[in-house]
Design a protein. Structure first.
Length: 179
């Protein structure tokens, strides 16, 4: 939410105002809840935006970034960002880690896909391994640091703790006995 407001902070621009087919104005009123074109009657379905994140382990600690952008400015989360049109999701996660932390990583396995009712973003989370680079704070981060799993700072988003838990469970399931 915006400070001093009861209005949720929307990440990204508002939906379209004009029809993609005929350029007529869009208005509320369709049974589905999506805007409908006043000229041609087509419904403008608003597709979700895909984001990618990476869970990176360094010396048995989790890499986090302190956000320098909204939403959740100043709070800690995983390196993440939007997938560009035509970009492979795994490469987007790797790119975001590089941009936000200076580290080159290789995605290893999919932790999960996460979405919430009423939110326009679907998040693909990968486990990743460092293959190069030096840890820095990128343009969209105030800081980059690692934390012990049992002493994480307050995380930026409501679903972050669940993602950490599922990543740790998946990581433990991939460890072979006696390895």
């Amino acid at each position: 939410m915006t400070p001093g407001s009861d209005t949720p902070q929307i990440h990204g621009p508002p939906g379209p105002q004009y029809c993609a087919f005929c350029s007529g104005p869009l208005a509320d009123g369709h049974d589905s809840g999506f805007p409908v074109c006043e000229s041609c009657g087509r419904v403008s379905y608003l597709d979700p935006k895909l984001a990618a994140a990476a869970m990176v382990e360094i010396d048995n600690e989790l890499l986090l970034v302190r956000r320098a952008i909204q939403p959740a400015y100043g709070k800690w989360s995983f390196p993440s960002g939007y997938v560009n049109r035509g970009e492979q999701v795994e490469r987007a996660a790797e790119r975001e880690v590089l941009e936000e932390t200076g580290l080159e990583v290789r995605t290893d396995w999919l932790v999960g896909l996460y979405s919430e009712p009423g939110k326009s973003v679907v998040l693909a989370v990968y486990s990743a391994s460092v293959v190069g680079g030096d840890l820095i704070a990128g343009d969209e981060t105030l800081d980059s640091a690692t934390f012990p799993y049992d002493r994480l700072p307050e995380l930026a988003f409501g679903g972050d703790a669940k993602i950490v838990e599922e990543w740790l469970t998946g990581k433990a399931g991939r460890t072979l006995p006696g390895a």
